[in-house]
Design a protein around this ligand. Structure first.
Ligand code: 16C
Length: 258
């Protein structure tokens, strides 16, 4: 801005995204950094306490048995390797609401409460009831982000989606028939491109994606521990297999999106 005196006052450049002005932004930044760092840690090191509970082909699922106030809150860490799709594609289908009913089998209803920006939404979801517990709902922000690939600077970027419980005045917790659950979820996807045969363009056969999915769900109220553990042992593998198969099917005839 130029004053009458001719003096020029430096103007602060605009933020890169309007989301950075939102009340939740400091929390989103903090949780995303934390969850990505945790997701990058392996499960193999001794003393980490991760127990394998499901395995199918390249997919491995680990949990730690934990309880808070008598409620099961077992953290989950899953790793999977899928050919033919990129991390960006996986995160695109995981984040965007228009695909959610296609792959999320525990979902009853989903509603976007707020669009903070293109890459940051607030969702309200109700999930199918598990007998004999009450039905559950959840309110969470969801953030999609591209991250630099520090290990392979020539390789494609890493992509992540982080979901974290929050509050919203339109849907106060435990006001209706549902018990509010609390979750933190991180999907982290690293794409590898193998060099194609001399002169050939990169095809989906040359692409492999390493997926890490971490989740902690607090049931928010009474639910029998044995039922809860039986449900997640069945539902998490079902989710990861169904979701990756869905993305493969959606993208097979589309150009590769890095
Ligand atoms: O991350 C996933 N999905 C995202 C987009 O929807 C998002 C939401 C996650 C919600 C996960 C909790 C839903 C549990 C509700 C009850 C389950 C009903 C099962 C019905 C069976 C007929 O991040 C993928 C999520 C994959 C979910 C696997 C299920 C995990 C169960 C955990 C235990 C929940 C406690 C429920 C207490 C009764």
């Amino acid at each position: 801005e130029r004053l009458k005196s001719g003096q020029v006052i430096p103007v602060t450049p605009p933020p890169t995204s309007p989301a950075t002005l939102h009340r939740l932004w400091p929390e989103i930044e903090k949780v995303v950094k934390q969850e990505v760092a945790m997701a990058k840690l392996g499960v193999g090191e001794s003393g980490t306490g991760w127990q394998l509970f499901a395995e199918d082909g390249e997919m491995r699922m680990y949990r730690r048995e934990e309880e808070v106030d008598g409620m099961v809150v077992d953290p989950l860490k899953a790793v999977h390797v899928v050919k033919g799709i990129t991390g960006r594609e996986l995160c695109h289908y995981f984040f965007n609401p228009q695909y959610r009913y296609d792959w999320e089998t525990t979902l009853e209803h989903m509603n976007v409460l707020e669009t903070i920006s293109e890459d940051t939404l607030i969702f309200h979801q109700t999930h199918k009831r598990i007998w004999p517990a009450s039905q559950r709902d959840v309110v969470f922000w969801s953030h999609l982000r591209r991250l630099p690939n520090d290990q392979d600077r020539d390789g494609p970027d890493i992509w992540t989606v982080v979901n974290n419980s929050t509050e919203h005045p339109d849907h106060p917790a435990n006001a209706g028939k549902c018990v509010r659950i609390f979750l933190t979820v991180c999907l982290l996807c690293q794409t590898r491109v193998d060099p194609p045969k001399a002169g050939a363009p990169v095809s989906r056969d040359d692409i492999t994606c390493k997926i890490t999915y971490c989740s902690v769900v607090n049931p928010g109220g009474w639910a029998p521990a044995s039922v809860l553990r039986a449900v997640y042992k069945r539902e998490y593998p079902k989710f990861l297999k169904r979701f990756t198969a869905y993305v493969k099917n959606q993208t097979k005839d589309k150009p590769i999106m890095y």
